[in-house]
Design a protein around this ligand. Structure first.
Ligand code: 13P
Length: 342
């Protein structure tokens, strides 16, 4: 094994170590503004730094969190005592990751569909991020369900970009977290979500293999197979867990290093319950099933903070609670009674 392969192997294993998952705090500046708007906090650079500071310095978080995904601005910032965020994370045994795509843009000739950009100059950006401490990277593709959507063209183009990004990551020893997110905002049934997720994942893995990506050194970040938010019939926790695992077993190669889920707008508690059900009912899957939630980990914490430094302790407690619940869900050991005690 080459030194780079050894590095990829170690990082990928650590990302999905037993009982641990990833905290996504890589909101772009426009997205974090939307989150701050919900608590009436102005999105200034200092407020963004202060908020990320409390997420990163949360005492006890490293018991459940293996890595955090940062944004370009965040990876260059420091804690209030002047330690860089990446140094703080590394000292706590948490691996810094970095979002490297530059956003989902309108896909030409395909109304309402998106293609993720960011390949130009990516080799040089990855080299810089590596010197700043990044061990893994994330690229998010967006697949929209609707009338005559998604098109094959959209799924193919996004898979192609994901594979090119993954290759550039592996070349330099950064583990690619490939994220093809099938949105859960529409009125589709869970069956439709299954079909679209299946097509998306099977295309993605064919494309990754075509481009000689090492699947064993890749992490998949995916949506769960779930009813669209506007659908009048909402599948139960058991149905979501069952359909998601079935879809993954059918379409994801067994040599993949691990699978982490995005929360995609599910409530914090539901996202935990879904992950727990999958792990409770399936003890010998080929890959670890873990989390890489943004909103489902942060929402209670963001609310508790409300932009006030006097609320930092309460906010960190709320975050730690969600981290613990999801850490246990990775082992199928979460119990919803834990929510009452919190
Ligand atoms: P959510 O868990 O809020 O969907 O965010 C995860 C993420 O990183 C999306 O790219």
């Amino acid at each position: 094994m080459t030194v780079i392969e050894q590095e990829l192997e170690t990082t990928a294993k650590m990302m999905v170590a037993e009982g641990k998952g990833i905290l996504a705090i890589d909101e772009s500046t426009p997205t974090i503004k939307k989150r701050f708007d919900t608590i009436n906090v102005e999105s200034t650079e200092e407020n963004r730094r202060a908020y990320r500071d409390l997420l990163i310095t949360n005492p006890g978080g490293s018991k459940y969190i293996s890595g955090m995904i940062l944004y370009d601005e965040t990876i260059r910032q420091s804690t209030s005592d002047g330690t860089t965020f990446t140094e703080k994370l590394i000292n706590d045994g948490i691996m810094p990751g970095i979002k490297v795509d530059t956003g989902a843009k309108d896909f030409a000739l395909h109304a309402n569909e998106k293609i993720t950009e960011g390949l130009d100059g990516l080799r040089d950006r990855l080299a810089e991020y590596k010197t700043l401490g990044a061990k893994f990277a994330k690229w998010r593709a967006v697949i929209t369900i609707g009338n005559n959507m998604p098109t094959d063209a959209c799924i193919d183009a996004n898979a192609h970009a994901l594979a090119r990004y993954a290759g550039l990551c592996q070349e330099i020893g950064i583990v690619p977290m490939v994220e093809p997110e099938v949105l859960m905002d529409a009125d589709n049934t869970i069956e439709r979500c299954y079909d679209v997720t299946e097509k998306t994942l099977s295309t993605l893995f064919t494309t990754l293999k075509d481009q000689d990506i090492s699947i064993a050194h890749t992490i998949l970040k995916t949506n769960m197979v779930i009813s669209g938010k506007q659908c009048s019939t909402q599948a139960s926790v058991e149905e979501v867990a069952k359909s998601t695992v079935r879809c993954l077993l059918k379409n994801v190669p067994s040599e993949l290093a691990g699978i982490v889920f995005l929360s995609g707008g599910q409530s914090a508690e539901l996202a935990t319950a879904h992950l727990n059900a999958m792990n409770q009912n399936n003890k010998d899957l080929p890959w670890p099933l873990s989390f890489s939630y943004g909103r489902a980990l942060q929402e209670p914490c963001l609310k508790a903070w409300g932009g006030e430094s006097t609320n930092i302790e309460a906010a960190q407690k709320a975050l730690l609670h969600r981290e613990k619940c999801n850490g246990l869900a990775c082992k199928g050991e979460y119990d919803e009674k834990m929510e009452e005690a919190a």
